[in-house]
Design a protein around this ligand. Sequence first.
Ligand code: ADE
Length: 224
Amino acid sequence: MRIDIITLFPELLSSPFETSILKRALTAGVAQVNFHNLRDYSINKQKQVDDYPFGGGAGMVMMIEPIDRCITHLKKQRNYDAVIYLTPDGETLNQKIANRFATTQHLILLCGHYKGVDQRVRDHLITHEISIGDFVLSGGELAAAVFCDSVIRLLPGVLGDESSALTDSFQDDLLAPPIYTRPATYNGWNVPEILISGNTPKVEAWRDEQALDRTHRLRPDLLK
Ligand code: ADE
């Protein structure tokens, strides 16, 4: 999978890809992530990428021309499955959406800043709009990193234990059950007996029951 991220602040984006699972995925070549600085596609010597809103009002608007130039440049090199704009008024990211994008080959992500992008970008150049939740970030970069993490970790070969992503919370509309590790007793707080019984079918049944119970208590909306 290849993800091209268009941003005004590439330095905001680098570290999530330099550690842990994402780093491993990139090093193994399972995923490739490229940053494109929108200023490199600016229309003038001042490297301008934004301008005042027509009709007045506070804040600057990201201009269509640099964005179009960058997207056109990328599209000349390969076909893209989606051109995604990260925005608080997009569709809220969830596990189903991450699963769906994990089956694609080439994605462009556009990170917004200031008041956002000229509406014509959204109307004509963008295929999907994604939000990571009902709150407003200073820009789309952190949202793009969250999106990439949720998708790349699902790619075959990324997680050591192949079944691991399947047992994540939300993967079957259930929260994950509680987990424990050694020591079996700490401060007088004990690990549930069943987990040290060695009885795998019983452990599985207990985990299913716990997942259902936790979902009932914490996220009853998922069971509807
Ligand atoms: N840009 C600013 N806020 C955002 C959010 N909540 N999700 C996605 N992109 C954003």
